[in-house]
Structure formats: structure tokens, C-alpha cells
Write a protein that binds this ligand. Sequence first.
Ligand SMILES: O=C1O[C@H](COP(=O)(O)O)[C@@H](O)[C@H](O)[C@H]1O
Length: 263
Amino acid sequence: MESNKERGEVRIHENLDELSTDLADYVAELSEASVKERGVFAIALSGGSLISLMRNLCGAPYNKTVDWSKWYIFWADERVVAKNHVDSNYKLAKDHLLSKLPIVPSHVHSINDSLTAEEAANEYEFVIRQLVRTRVINVSDISDCPKFDLILLGMGPDGHVASLFPNHAVLEEKNEWVTFITTSPKPPPERITFTLPVINSAANVVVVVTGSGKAEAARLAIDDVGPECEVLPARMIEPVVGKLVWFLDNHAGSKLKSFSQFS
Ligand SMILES: O=C1O[C@H](COP(=O)(O)O)[C@@H](O)[C@H](O)[C@H]1O
């Protein structure tokens, strides 16, 4: 385990099983702390490979030890497709995670799939604003942004996180909490996404990265490699007061300067 003050804590795991075990443990720990402090746990999921890596939460001991009734689920990004579409991040989480956990159905806040991307983003932000007002979601101490207890992100080989893609104007969005894109370089093209100010206001951000195809992006996102890394969306994840932890497997971590000390 390595702690780089600026880029957060980096955990490199021997294999995906170890990563899944550590990830489930960490999420359960954060849930316990948040429920103790605030009475609820507001967690935002992403899609992609992250979901299957959360699988251990569905088994012992977490099925008994985690207070699932206090969980409120959100999405850091979603594809603008029907909820039963194979590309839906909601469907992915429902099929592989949420349907196996005793989460209160009314605590699952997915995106309205009957709207345009712009409408869905506006409506999702409205929902989040209501829940900030009632403090189901905490509010940041330093901005007017929501302060999710945990935002879980994956990272693409191009360094995108949520639906924040390299060189996209969406990276400049400073006012909206949730915004939309219609030109995603990775299909499907229409998506909604949390903006950088919201992600960086979270109490905890976890980025899960696996596979050798992401090793170069992980290096640019985590190591000090000069100006070329500044444009990478994953590099722009820097919680203002919250904690950032990277969960990598040894393939994704293989190009990090500190890798040799783990292997
Ligand atoms: O399109 C997306 O991709 C990223 C990364 O996915 P992965 O399968 O390479 O882990 C994901 O985090 C995001 O939520 C999703 O919409």
C-alpha cells in the first residue's frame, strides 16, 4: 500500500480475488462509519468492470454485518438507454449486485430512462437536490455541492471516469451537479454524468482499475509524469477534503513507479 499525498492511497492487489475482498471490506467499513455518524450511507456507483468486483459484498460476512437498510444508491454516470437495455449501468448493478442485497427499493435512485439526455440530467440533479435538503445526502462544507459518502468509479483505458472523457467540454462544467453528453467516444453516445465538482466534493472516492490495457492511463493518473497527465480525466479526480483510494490489480499497476515494491 502506498500513500502519495496528492494522488491518494494506492492499493495494488495480486489478483482480482484479492482486490474484490479488499474492496468489499473497504466499502463495508465506510458504510459502518457513515451510518454511525449520519445514520445513512449515500453511495454512487459507476458501470463497467467495477460491478463484478463488488461481488463479495453479496456474501458472508457482509450480508449480515452491513446495515443495508441505511444504503441509498445513486449512479455517478448512466447511459441514456432503457433500464432493461444491455448497456444500462442500472441494469448491470441490479442484475449483479442490488438484486442480491436487501436494499430498500425506494432508496435506489436511478435515472429516468423515458427522457432525453438533457432532461434526465436535469431531473437527476433535482432529485439529488431534494435529498441534500433532507440530508440523506450530506452537503459539502466548502461548496454548495452534495457530499456523497462514497463515489465508486472505474477508469477506461483512455483515462475516462464516470462519463467524463478526455478533451471533452464536460470537463469544464463548474455549475451543474449532473450534466449530459451526446457525443461519447465510447458507445452508447448519450450519457449523463456527475461533474468534477461533485466527484471532488465526496467524502470518499474509490477508483477501481484492472487489466494491463489500463496500465498506461493508471501511470498518467497517479504518478508524477509532468504536463501530459494534466488532461487525463482520472487525473482530475482530487477530492478537496475527502479521501481518494485507488484499487488496482498488478496488471493495471505494472507501470507505476512504485510497482516494484509491491511485486
Ligand atoms: O462507459 C463506462 O466506462 C467506465 C469504465 O468501464 P470499464 O468496464 O472499463 O471498467 C465506467 O466506469 C463507466 O461507469 C461506464 O459508463
